[in-house]
Design a protein around this ligand. Structure first.
Ligand SMILES: [Zn+2]
Length: 146
């Protein structure tokens, strides 16, 4: 079994399978009320939404403001990492996030394209593949546009 050293993996190991689905639903909705989440999750045969939300909140992955549940910065990262692992092909290396990246909000400058399987065509740094061309290639492109 491959081991991953990123912080989202460490957090994900503390999230039950059902709570992982709850986290993904919260992340996908970009903010939803409990009743909405319960209805969505019931169709996915996940029960105990309120309890899972509490567990996720204790880990600092979700927060509830004015009755609306949303992922925190770390929660978005754990949800994206979870999806990254779900979409990964067996025996294929899985690109990991770096410090300051959660795959949801633009991360620090990045020159190495690391495919985000949860967001095809984009890197963990939230930039598209073509935004990772080297500075030389970028300069050449600028010249060609003239
Ligand atoms: Zn990148």
């Amino acid at each position: 079994m491959t081991t991953y050293g990123n912080m989202f993996q460490l957090l994900l190991e503390r999230v039950s399978e059902d709570a992982g689905w709850v986290l993904q639903f919260v992340h996908d909705t970009r903010g939803a009320r409990l009743a909405e989440l319960e209805a969505e999750l019931a169709s996915a045969r996940v029960t105990g939404t309120r309890r899972h939300l509490q567990d996720l909140e204790d880990l600092g992955l979700v927060a509830c403001v004015d009755d609306v549940w949303a992922t925190t910065w770390a929660g978005a990262g754990v949800s994206n990492w979870r999806t990254q692992l779900l979409f990964a092909e067996a025996d294929q290396p899985v690109a990991e996030p770096r410090e300051g990246e959660n795959g949801h909000q633009p991360g620090p400058e990045c020159r190495e394209y690391r495919p985000a399987l949860f967001s095809p065509g984009y890197c963990w740094c939230c930039r598209s593949r073509r935004d990772h061309a080297s500075e030389v290639v970028k300069a050449a492109r600028r010249l060609l546009k003239r």
